[in-house]
Design a binder for this molecule. Structure first.
Ligand SMILES: [Zn+2]
Length: 474
């Protein structure tokens, strides 16, 4: 029954090319807006498939879009290809063994993410042509999901303005429709400036920027008791003002990462953190400036699209993992803790099956999972276009996110099978939506209702450019 639907056949026909694409991207890990080789690979594949290509989407050099079909509704399938620092790892090895080089690695599986999304779009392209149905499918190659919020900038520039529905996915341990819960976030650098002086001979002349940063941290840490319990604030000192304790530090810089459940809560928290920064500057007679690096909205769900994707997933069934895949997954599980594995089951709300390496089922619609507390820039798309995401089962149950184990599993047969499987889920969702445009109408009504009270407001201030060419911590 696996290929009972023509669209799945169209996915299978090109699986080898896309597995190769994923493996090539795995082998050239690039970070945050520097994905030049990866986007070139994606562009070349779009050309080979005959998509109409738009380069540098929204003015971003490493974003690309391919479109096929004519007229009708526009279905966007979103992909990513950025990697992470510190997660270099040899493939298919069950101990931590970084590869020589810069230390980057595909520890979030975005090599698979982009390839599966383009695979789905290419199958839908052929399906449209075969059936003569009006409609367009687009593959959006989106860079810098990790720390760069590229999709939020793309939304701000109107890249999705004429899109009717958006479909995406993320590598995971289970096959499911993704629960639409993530945190809105922003990254802001605060730079304090004071006055240098000899710390012993003329301390009265100095004004310490480092003191200001420390007082800001104290203030923010006192605020924690009085903020929403699911909000998160993290900070990192980027510049502590030098290494000489006998020089009063004239400049210091701290990066804040602020997360909240909803955009309005985030806006409130940002205002409070800024007040604390100004208070710290006032106390120390320093000045403070801030620069917003990125921001993403929380994810909005979309019931009609989730229903359509769940139906496609239920028809398709679980990924076809075999005994060898299961055995290799068990080898990787031996490197994890029991808590890692228990947390993975809890996340999707399923009863654990002891000893199971890879999932053997589809997560049912009524499973009650524990919410995700990370953030994704798909959130911004979900505020302006009805959006649905799948979880694609590509790695062993219990594999921690952003881990060497995840990088190591990125080219295994199970990863390839999971990638093709989720491409079928996305392609079938797109096809069902094209066949029955009433799904789009209901999806738009659903989005309008969710944003009626609080319309979308970009978390990125006007005039802020994407942080090209700078390192953005994850
Ligand atoms: Zn990711």
């Amino acid at each position: 029954m696996k290929n009972a639907e023509r669209i799945w056949d169209l996915v299978d026909q090109r699986r080898a090319d896309y597995q190769d694409l994923s493996d090539r991207i795995w082998g050239m890990p690039e970070l945050c807006y520097n994905e030049h080789r990866s986007v070139a690979e994606h562009k070349a594949m779009l050309e080979k498939e005959g998509f109409r290509i738009t380069e540098k989407v929204a003015g971003i050099p490493t974003a690309v879009m391919g479109e096929a079909g004519e007229g009708g509704p526009v279905i966007a399938i979103l992909g990513e290809y950025d990697a992470l620092p510190g997660l270099s790892q040899e493939a298919d090895v069950t101990e931590q063994r970084p590869m020589p080089g810069d230390g980057y690695g595909h520890g979030c599986g975005h090599n698979l993410l982009g390839s599966a999304s383009m695979l789905a779009a290419a199958a839908v392209k052929d399906w449209l042509a075969e059936n003569g149905i009006p409609g367009r499918v687009r593959y959006y190659g989106c860079p810098a999901e990790e720390g760069g919020a590229a999709k939020a900038f793309m939304v701000r520039e109107g890249a999705f303005a004429d899109v009717d529905v958006a479909i995406s996915w993320h590598p995971a341990a289970f096959a499911a429709v993704q629960e639409a819960i993530s945190l809105a976030n922003t990254r802001i650098d605060f730079t304090f400036k004071g006055r240098a002086s000899h710390a012993a001979a003329a301390p009265q002349l100095g004004r310490s920027a480092l003191d200001a940063v420390e007082l800001m941290s104290v203030g923010v840490n006192y605020m924690r008791e009085h903020m929403p319990s699911d909000a998160r604030i993290h900070y990192a000192y980027l510049d502590a003002g030098g290494i000489a304790p006998n020089v009063v530090q004239a400049q210091a810089k701290v990066r804040y990462l602020i997360r909240a459940r909803e955009l309005p809560e985030l806006t409130d928290l940002i205002a409070r953190v800024k007040k604390i920064a100004e208070g710290a500057a006032l106390m120390t007679e320093c000045t403070v400036e801030h620069r917003v690096l990125s921001g993403v909205a929380n994810l909005l769900g979309n019931a009609p699209m989730e229903k359509a994707m769940q139906a496609a997933l239920d028809r398709l069934g679980p990924p076809p993992f075999d005994a060898a895949d299961q055995a290799r997954a068990n080898d990787f599980q031996a490197t994890m803790t029991a808590a890692d594995i228990a947390a993975a089951w809890r996340k999707v709300g399923l009863t654990p099956k002891p000893g199971l390496g890879l999932t053997d089922q589809v997560v049912p619609a009524d499973a009650k999972g524990a919410p995700m507390v990370g953030s994704t820039d798909v959130g911004d798309v979900s505020w302006v276009v009805p959006t649905v995401q799948a979880r694609g089962a590509t790695y062993a149950i219990g594999t921690p996110g952003h881990s060497w184990q995840l990088t190591a599993q990125g080219k295994l047969p199970a990863a390839h099978k999971g990638m093709v499987h989720v491409a079928k889920v996305m392609a079938a969702t797109a096809v069902d939506t094209l066949r029955d445009p009433s799904i789009i109408a209901r999806a738009k009504e659903d989005l309008a209702a969710r944003t009626a009270v609080t319309p979308y407001q970009s978390p990125i201030p006007e005039g802020t450019e994407p942080p090209f060419g700078m390192s953005v911590s994850i």
